[in-house]
Design a protein around this ligand. Structure first.
Ligand SMILES: [Zn+2]
Length: 222
C-alpha cells in the first residue's frame, strides 16, 4: 500500500515543508520514493547562473537526504505556471505517473494562495482516475506553511483528517528544510524553523503525537 510514493511539488521545498517527516518515515519503512518537481528557475527568467546552480545542488542534497530514488524535474517556469496550458501540464504529469506507477500520492492543497499550487493540484488530480492510473490507492493533500491558509475566502480552508506521527523525524525534517537556506526567514515569517516546529506541535496535539504532519485525505481505495 505504501510501497511506491510520489510527491508532486510545484516548487522545490514544498515536498519538505508539506511531507518531509512523512517521507523520511516512509523511506525508513522501505517505501520507494519519487519526487516530481514541476517548476524551476532559469537564467532565461532573470535568475543568476549562481542561483540556478545553487538550486540544482540543493535539489541533489535534498533528494539524497530524504531518499528519493527518482527525481522528475519538469523545469517549467516558476510563478508562471498559469501560462502553460492545462493539457500540456496533464500530459507531462501523465508520463511521470505512468512511468513510476505510484500507489500513494501527495499533492499540494487545492486552495493554497500560490496559483502554481492550484494549477499543479488540478493537473495532478486529472491523473488519478483509476481506469487510467490503476496503481493509485491513496491521494493526500499536504499543507505548505506560507501558502496553505493564506488564500482568502471560506473555500481556502485546509481540513487535515489524516495525521502521520513524525516525532522521530522532525529534527531530520528541519535539517532538510535548512538546505533551502535562501527560502527561510526569521520568525514570525511562516517559513522559519520556529513556525515549522510549531505547526508540527499543533498537528501533533490534534492527533496525539509529539509532532505530526497533517494531510487531507482526498481519495482512498482498498
Ligand atoms: Zn510552492
Amino acid at each position: 500500500m505504501n510501497d511506491r510514493v510520489l510527491v508532486v511539488a510545484p516548487h522545490p521545498d514544498d515536498e519538505t515543508l508539506g511531507c518531509g517527516g512523512t517521507l523520511l518515515r516512509l523511506h525508513q519503512q522501505g517505501a520507494e520514493l519519487a519526487w516530481l518537481i514541476v517548476t524551476g528557475i532559469s537564467e532565461e527568467f532573470g535568475w543568476t547562473s549562481e542561483r540556478v546552480k545553487q538550486r540544482d545542488t540543493e535539489i541533489c542534497e535534498v533528494a539524497k537526504f530524504i531518499g528519493f530514488s527518482q527525481v522528475f524535474n519538469l523545469r517549467l517556469p516558476t510563478t508562471r505556471l498559469d501560462s502553460v496550458s492545462m493539457q500540456e501540464l496533464i500530459n507531462q504529469f501523465s508520463v511521470v505517473f505512468k512511468s513510476f506507477e505510484p500507489q500513494q500520492l501527495f499533492l499540494p492543497n487545492r486552495s493554497d494562495a500560490h496559483t502554481d499550487h492550484r494549477v499543479v493540484h488540478d493537473a495532478a488530480a486529472a491523473c488519478t482516475k483509476w481506469f487510467r492510473y490503476p496503481s493509485i490507492r491513496r491521494v493526500l493533500a499536504y499543507e505548505t506553511i506560507s501558502e496553505t491558509g493564506f488564500g482568502l475566502g471560506a473555500e481556502s480552508e485546509f481540513h487535515p483528517n489524516y495525521f502521520v506521527d513524525i516525532s522521530d523525524f522532525l529534527e531530520r525534517k528541519l535539517k532538510v528544510v535548512a538546505i533551502y537556506q535562501s527560502e527561510l526567514g526569521t520568525f514570525p515569517f511562516p517559513r522559519s524553523i520556529e513556525a515549522i516546529r510549531a505547526l508540527a506541535a499543533v498537528r501533533g496535539a490534534a492527533s496525539g503525537f509529539v509532532a505530526a504532519e497533517g494531510f487531507q485525505l482526498l481519495r482512498e481505495r482498498q
